[in-house]
Design a protein around this ligand. Structure first.
Ligand SMILES: [Ca+2]
Length: 468
């Protein structure tokens, strides 16, 4: 099977859903645009304090919408972080599967070292006119394909053309929904700003922050184009736009990675830098501009959108909460706690850390190679799993950088009570957790690698097709 026609929309990581037609009484129910950045850190946006990022569209969104200071992803690495907002559930049976597929830390040390020098870029061009993707990229697997539903339309993908194609698809999708008066959810899961950074000609070499800044600027522009599409179709006042990121910054490649700002460590760790994310909610006329310090999580996205859409939530126990009272200014966040799971969780240890109110207790800590090169050695991949008994206890309002363990001083009665309450929360959670069988233990099947020419030989090098 060869690549399909060039005029098809292109869609590898963009999931779209046309919602059922609204009932008559639901005139105020919005459309939804959910934007998920990749490896974008808490400190990467101008509106979150970065001094040299070029993010005017996101900063405008922050100024005109609700900006979260205490918003968390449900995981510290890519794939399991996608499970949280899609399912609204804490670590469960599917979670084990999702973790292992992309979790190098679950592998042996030699295997891990090998993957550090690799990436998904296959020696492709990341910046026009011909700047190759950064790093050694041959993984012995097929080149990165571009998919339209189940069909491969480009292999390898052309990174400099990718975001403009996404943008065109989004604009056409929004225009079609507007024309047909269909309510919609558009889920834009951007590749930016994950390694390898890339950008189209318009953004290559254009920012103060180097390749990462160029990729971030293109991501920012793609959000700006989404907002413009909503304005052009008259849907800007009837659409909730929510922007966040899947996990903290990958500092493995130093300045090629993002920034957690003043938070500790980054991707792959259960410190704040691994899981606290920028988050913006924008719905003109309905969500008042401002800043909220309320607790919230990607787990809350599903129940919140379901509530605003008037849709019945799934018939399973959800770990997320409906944040619509917080968004609409009629109440506070129902969320009181956050669980911090490591990239490779296990039933015995459970969550490595728990936040309750402003207090966070670490029962285990471990570095991650994703957070290598930061000045703090606790973040690094060779820093082993360390149990803490009693736990490390931080006041995240007074000390969001997790520098000062309260139990090393003289904690007050409130902190000690919080520690007891956290222990109960952790026990209750662990009693109801179920872990699935290991998928990694089943081994690899090369025939499952997506190939634009399935019958070709030799694989994987023959799986390369130019767009028709
Ligand atoms: Ca990620």
């Amino acid at each position: 099977m060869g690549p399909r026609g060039r005029h098809l929309p292109w869609l590898p990581l963009l999931a779209l859903l046309v919602l059922p037609p609204p009932v008559r009484a639901a005139a105020a129910r919005p459309n939804f645009v959910l934007v998920l950045a990749d490896d974008l850190g808490f400190g990467d946006l101008g509106s979150y304090g970065h001094p040299s990022s070029a993010t005017p569209h996101l900063d405008r969104l922050a100024a005109r919408g609700l900006r979260f200071t205490d918003f968390y992803s449900s995981a510290a690495v890519c794939s399991p972080a996608r499970y949280g907002p899609a399912a609204g559930r804490e670590r469960g049976e599917n979670e084990k599967i999702l973790n292992e597929r992309t979790n190098p830390e679950a592998e042996s040390q030699p295997s891990r070292a090998r993957r550090v020098s690799q990436g998904p870029c296959q020696n492709l061009t990341c910046f026009p006119p011909d700047t190759k993707c950064f790093g050694t990229c041959d993984q012995g697997v097929v080149a990165v394909p571009l998919l339209w539903n189940q069909s491969i339309v480009q292999q390898p993908v052309s990174f400099p053309e990718l975001v403009p194609l996404y943008g065109r698809f989004c604009r056409e999708f929004i225009a079609r929904c507007a024309r047909l008066r269909l309510p919609f959810l558009l889920y834009y899961a951007s590749h930016h700003t994950h390694y390898p950074q890339f950008a189209s000609r318009e953004f290559a070499g254009r920012t103060r922050r180097g390749p990462f800044g160029d990729a971030l600027a293109e991501f920012d522009d793609s959000v700006g184009q989404l907002l413009q599409a909503l304005r052009d179709t008259g849907l800007d006042n009837s659409t909730l736009v929510f922007v966040t990121s899947d996990n903290g910054p990958s500092t493995l490649r130093m300045a090629r990675g993002g920034s957690a700002g003043h938070l500790r460590c980054g991707k792959g760790t259960t410190y704040e830098g691994g899981m606290r994310e920028p988050a913006l909610a924008y719905w003109p006329g309905r969500i008042a501009p401002g800043v909220t310090h309320e607790l919230a999580s990607t787990l809350d996205i599903l129940p919140t959108l379901a509530a605003l859409a008037g849709a019945a939530p799934p018939r399973v126990a959800l770990d997320g909460f409906d944040l619509s009272p917080l968004l609409l200014g009629t109440g506070k966040s129902p969320r009181r706690s956050v669980f911090f799971f490591p990239p490779a969780p296990d039933p015995l240890r459970g969550p490595f850390a728990v936040r309750l109110g402003k207090y966070k207790a670490h029962y285990f800590t471990q570095g991650s190679f994703h957070s290598d090169t930061t000045p703090d050695q606790a973040c690094h991949g060779l820093t082993p799993l360390t149990p803490h008994l009693p736990p490390l206890l931080f006041d995240l309002e007074a000390d969001p950088a997790e520098n000062y363990d309260l139990l090393r001083g003289q904690p007050g009665p409130e902190a000690l009570q919080a520690l007891k309450d956290i222990a109960v929360l952790k026990d209750v959670l662990q009693q109801r957790l179920h872990f699935g069988d290991s998928q990694m233990s089943k081994g690899r099947d090369p025939s499952l690698q997506p190939c634009c020419s399935p019958g070709c030989s030799p694989k994987p090098s023959c799986c390369r097709c130019a767009p028709q």
